[in-house]
Design a protein around this ligand. Structure first.
Ligand code: GAR
Length: 220
């Protein structure tokens, strides 16, 4: 029996690429509904590039810096790479460039991002420090469809973790990151399998809440 066609997906990175690595690992299973067509970085020093190349995944480097403020020209160079690799879906994985409205609209419904907070709380940078400063008891990560506003867009999936006594920015970040690595492949699988639709600007999926359906409460 032949497997259904897998959606050709680009992962866009700017840095170490640990979420990228989690997506590559998931997509190494031929039954995963997305195949990684290319890993594209906007920084030459992005550590994830070497990891992807080592895994036999095509890589592309489109440096944003030489384009300065000309974001549209930078994005045109990216689009050329995406087209060259026949990309259908984009997963932003620590891609730290704000995209123009034009680019976002072209990929609307086909581009997702992972963010290290329970959006709409703490968009932007330094999310873990801000969560600690705010005294929230639950923190986490979000995968959302990308719309023109930064860290906005319909929420596809979230995972929550408790904030523990004595947590530092690093310990909290590590607890969240472990959840990011599980959440992002699951969310990409839903999108690639065509199991995500929008109703009144909100995501509806046919997947059950998981893994246990239990409420995460902190303190218990
Ligand atoms: C991740 O924590 C990701 O959620 C965050 O950058 C980190 C990248 O790490 N993204 C954002 O803050 C986007 N607003 P990684 O390169 O190891 O995946």
């Amino acid at each position: 029996m032949s497997l259904p066609a897998r959606r050709r997906t680009a992962i866009l990175i700017s840095g170490r690429g640990s979420n990228m690595a989690a997506l590559l690992a998931a997509a190494s299973d031929p039954a995963f509904p997305a195949e990684i067509a290319v890993v594209l970085a906007n920084k030459a020093g992005a550590g994830g590039l070497a990891h992807a190349a080592g895994a036999g995944i095509p890589t592309a480097l489109v440096e944003s810096r030489p384009f300065g403020r000309d974001r549209a020209a930078f994005e045109a160079a990216m689009e050329a790479e995406l087209a060259r690799h026949g990309v259908e879906l984009i997963a932003l994985a620590g891609f730290m460039r704000v995209l123009t409205e034009g680019f976002v609209r072209r990929w609307e419904g086909r581009m997702i991002n992972i963010h290290p907070s329970l959006l709409p709380a703490f968009p932007g940078l330094d999310t873990h420090a801000r969560a600690l400063a705010a005294g929230v008891r639950l923190h986490g990560c979000t995968v959302h469809l990308v719309t023109p506003g930064v860290d906005e867009g319909p929420i596809l999936a979230q995972a929550a973790v408790p904030v523990l006594a004595g947590d530092t920015e690093d310990s909290l970040a590590a607890r969240v990151l472990a959840q990011e690595h599980a959440l992002y492949p699951a969310a990409l699988a839903l999108l690639a399998a065509g199991r995500v639709r929008l109703e009144d600007g909100r995501v509806v999926t046919d997947s059950a809440p998981g893994p246990s359906g239990e409420v995460l409460r902190n303190p218990g």
